[in-house]
Design a protein around this ligand. Structure first.
Ligand SMILES: [Zn+2]
Length: 151
């Protein structure tokens, strides 16, 4: 399977939370895992966080990530001082290298990139959604999710 049929969200973070009722509804159709939200509880204490597995060896050509990072930010990335991971510099969609042909989403409906990105406090992965899941989430929360087809 190729990346066709997967959608990528237009925002930069990789944490997706939703009401438990929506999580229940989506779980009837999709193979998803959830855990309680990690931030301090508010009134909306039934919120859950989607658990997003990393899929594949790499989604991007590292040489192209390095080149784009240097062009945009003067550096390709750095080790995060907090979590110790290598993270590439964040790149807006128009500056990202194309996705490599990787194994695809396999039997999951949402996947996170093996590569980490970030700067300052921020560490995140890129996400790919199966199209039907992306549509269901954006239908439930149209103002929070802007979805674009993976390229
Ligand atoms: Zn980090």
């Amino acid at each position: 399977m190729t990346v066709t049929g997967a959608w990528m969200p237009y925002w930069t973070g990789d944490v997706i939370c939703m009401e438990a009722s929506l999580a229940d509804e989506l779980s009837r159709t999709f193979d998803l895992a959830f855990r309680p939200v990690e931030w301090p509880k508010s009134e909306n204490s039934d919120a859950v966080q989607l658990v997003i597995p990393a899929v594949g060896e790499k989604w991007y050509d590292p040489n192209l990530l390095e080149k784009a990072g240097v062009e945009r930010h003067g550096t390709q990335g750095a080790l995060c001082s907090e979590c110790g991971r290598w993270r590439w510099m964040p790149l807006g969609r128009e500056f990202r290298p194309p996705l490599l042909k990787f194994e695809g989403l396999g039997d999951v409906d949402i996947a996170a990139s093996p590569e980490w990105f970030g700067d300052g406090q921020l560490c995140f992965r890129h996400l790919l959604f199966r199209r039907e899941l992306a549509e269901a989430i954006s239908l439930a929360s149209p103002r929070d999710f802007k979805l674009v087809e993976a390229e």
